[in-house]
Design a protein around this ligand. Structure first.
Ligand code: AGP
Length: 369
């Protein structure tokens, strides 16, 4: 087993460290930065459909649902198509409004999740076009969908999804640019610039992983916490949700993810000296707004652990601890900001003596509803 873990103590850590490679594999043959072109063989037949689509519905569960939320931000921003992201388990039972014009994207690492499968079948009956974003080649979901894009992250053994999530987000980024390209909602120059940057993401993930030892020392400070809040805005909001899910599933610490501005509508009541608040505060469009959210937490004695852009001084002066990620363009922040959150959860769980690869009560793929 040690051999399978490639010298790492756990599969989860191995899979976290595989991300530079898995993201690279996911983009291989799909992006052409110099030409400003995205090519998705799996969706080729549906290029026209995507050009004229009025609405996209994303269905998924758990971490895959979080990836779907990132997809919503990216597709709406760059391709200008309205997107709805649904929990497959809710969608299937609420007589959803679906027509032949709709495109449904089902996201699933395993390709076997029962609720996601049922959501696909329902949408199919109603005549929608269904695409899959799956990791396991030949699984039930990719066999049921009309077309799709594999994530190529390689086998994920740890129950807590890590590399599958960043691969799903990578595919959704490609899909957003692909649709934008079909619809002409993104300028060629802009696409060249973004794809050039995207091509660098595996190296930047590698760089983000170098903060591991520092993150371990932060983990030691918070390992006995009973609760933890994760905040983010824009596409960093789903990253906050994913950070919270990771912490709760492997360390059993109660954690919640919130859009940072929603804090004052309730969760702020929880803040005291005992409450760690992880905030994604990178230098992008909502930077100033997030800074005021940090001040609100500090004013109530909360402890701030901030994910910041390398070299940031403003948040550094306010936060109790910082975790740096390399500078990148806005659409790629989720891919980088996820890394320190995975490492933080991992180290906290190990320090608490939890079984990180196989947390209690959880199965890798949920094949019953
Ligand atoms: C992730 O860490 C979880 N274990 C879980 O939420 C998972 O993402 C969910 O069950 C969906 O699985 P799938 O991607 O295989 O469909």
């Amino acid at each position: 087993e040690m051999l399978e873990k490639g010298g790492y103590e756990h599969f989860m850590l191995k899979e976290i460290y595989e991300q530079p490679r898995s993201i690279r594999d996911c983009m291989r043959g799909r992006i052409y930065p110099q030409q400003g072109k995205v090519q998705l063989g799996g969706l080729k037949e549906y290029a026209d459909k995507l050009k004229n689509v009025d609405r996209i519905i994303i269905v998924a569960c758990g971490t895959s649902w979080h990836a779907g939320l990132v997809g919503e931000y990216l597709i709406e921003e760059y391709a200008r198509v309205p997107v709805e992201v649904e929990y497959a388990s809710e969608f299937r039972y609420r007589n959803p409004i679906i027509t032949e014009k709709d495109v449904v994207i089902a996201i699933s690492q395993s390709g076997e999740t029962a609720d996601t499968m049922a959501a696909i079948e329902l949408a199919k009956e109603k005549g929608a076009t269904i695409f899959g974003i799956c990791n396991v080649v030949g699984a039930s979901i990719p066999r049921t969908t009309h077309a799709g894009v594999y994530t190529h992250a390689g086998p994920e053994i740890g129950v807590a999804s890590t590399k599958a999530f960043t691969a799903q987000v990578s595919v959704l980024t490609l899909i957003a640019f692909y649709i934008a390209q079909q619809r002409g909602t993104i300028a060629r120059n802009k696409l060249i610039e973004y794809l050039t940057e995207l091509n660098e993401i595996p190296e930047l993930v590698e760089k983000a992983l170098k903060a591991n030892d520092h993150i371990q020392t932060i983990a030691a400070k918070f390992k006995d916490s009973r609760n933890c809040l994760f905040l983010g805005r824009g596409s960093s909001f789903p990253v906050a949700l994913e950070g919270a899910l990771k912490l709760k599933e492997i360390s059993y610490i109660h954690a919640e993810g919130y859009p940072a501005a929603e804090m004052k509508h309730g969760p702020i009541a929880l803040i005291d000296e005992e409450m760690p608040v992880v905030v994604i505060a990178t230098k992008h469009s909502s930077y100033e707004k997030v800074i005021s959210n940090i001040q609100e937490v500090k004013a109530r004695g909360g402890k701030i652990i901030a994910v910041v852009t390398e070299g940031d001084t403003e948040v550094r002066n306010m936060a109790d601890y910082i975790m740096e990620i390399p500078q990148t363009a806005e659409p790629f922040v989720p891919l980088l900001a996820t890394i320190p959150l995975q490492l933080l959860s991992y180290h906290i769980a190990v320090m608490r003596g939890c079984n990180v690869d196989q947390p209690r009560n959880l199965a890798k793929s949920v094949t019953v509803e």
